[in-house]
Design a protein around this ligand. Structure first.
Ligand SMILES: Cc1cc2nc3c(=O)[nH]c(=O)nc-3n(C[C@H](O)[C@H](O)[C@H](O)COP(=O)(O)OP(=O)(O)OC[C@H]3O[C@@H](n4cnc5c(N)ncnc54)[C@H](O)[C@@H]3O)c2cc1C
Ligand code: FES
Length: 256
């Protein structure tokens, strides 16, 4: 069950010029989030911007919640200015997270850019750590690599400009991975988060190869808890709210 709660900033660590790791301490008891869920974060103490912004939780510990974020516009520019001790208001956990894979299916995680924020907690929750394909435009945009290495997943990185890891986009790497002899006979369950064109391309690969899976969508959100319909997307089962029925949807449901 979600709730509105006050929190205190513990740390707001710059990872590079545009990406930060924000650690907050909830000042009220909150319910445990599950991987794929998100929070609506009040980015500052003024009413500008008026609306909170949606962020996947990157990691949750007994005392703190962490968000990995990219500075994009007004709200995230304010977030970047948050200092230890600052207060903020947060709503969550919100939305529907990633379902567990059915028995016999092997999870395969695919992150594009900041989509890693949503998938990290999922990777963490498996006892046998899943393979993770993680791509970005350039080396600098591949975040928290040391944390990912500590996790113990098979980590396959790639960059569009070939500055790190394998050359090319995650979709190229995914196709090679699925076509490799070691993948033959394995029933994968895909979990993907990243830019919409990447998710659409992954969905096509999954449908062509009869692989099941889930995508986590990002849409502009006003309320974050199902009231305004502003985040609706077209699915094969009618329009669905990304904040309420999503952000995680079965791959085959989305009409791209
Ligand atoms: C469920 C969910 C989880 C998310 N998790 C993360 C996360 O973990 N880390 C992270 O960095 N970002 C995440 N996002 C995206 C994040 O919410 C936006 O980047 C943020 O709201 C931008 O706010 P802003 O005020 O800085 O930008 P604005 O000034 O509002 O907009 C700047 C630009 O960003 C685009 N934008 C705004 N909101 C979104 C959005 N919700 N999705 C995609 N593009 C948007 C706008 O169209 C515009 O081009 C998530 C979005 C959703 C829906
Ligand atoms: S943001 Fe209001 S219904 Fe989703």
């Amino acid at each position: 069950m979600y709730k509105i709660f006050k929190a205190k900033v513990i740390d707001n660590l710059p990872l590079n010029k545009k990406n930060y790791l924000l650690t907050i301490e909830p000042l009220d008891p909150i319910s445990e989030p599950s991987p794929g869920q998100f929070y609506m974060v009040g980015t500052g103490n003024s009413f500008d911007p008026l609306l909170k912004r949606p962020f996947s939780y990157f990691r949750k510990t007994a005392q703190a919640i962490q968000f990995l974020y990219t500075v994009k516009g007004k709200g995230t520019a304010q977030m970047k200015a948050l200092k230890p001790g600052d207060g903020m208001q947060v709503i969550g956990p919100l939305g529907t997270g990633y379902p567990k894979p059915p028995k016999g299916y092997i999870p395969l995680l695919i992150a594009g850019g900041i989509g890693i924020a949503s998938l990290f907690s999922l990777a963490e929750c498996f006892t046998k750590k899943p393979s993770l394909i993680y791509g970005s435009r350039c080396k600098d945009d591949l975040l928290i690599l040391n944390e990912l290495e500590k996790l113990g997943s098979e980590l396959i990185t790639c960059t569009d400009d070939c500055s790190f890891g394998r050359e090319g986009m995650v979709t190229d790497v995914l196709t090679n991975f699925l076509d490799s002899p070691s993948s033959k006979g394995t029933s994968y369950m895909i979990y993907a988060c990243g830019p919409k064109p990447m998710l659409a391309a992954i969905s096509q690969i999954a449908l062509d190869k009869h692989i099941k899976g889930y995508v986590s969508l990002e849409e502009n959100m006003a309320c974050g808890f199902g009231a305004c319909l502003g985040c609706s997307v077209k699915t094969g089962k009618g329009y669905k709210r990304v904040c309420k029925e999503g952000p995680v949807f079965p791959i085959e449901d989305i009409v791209w």
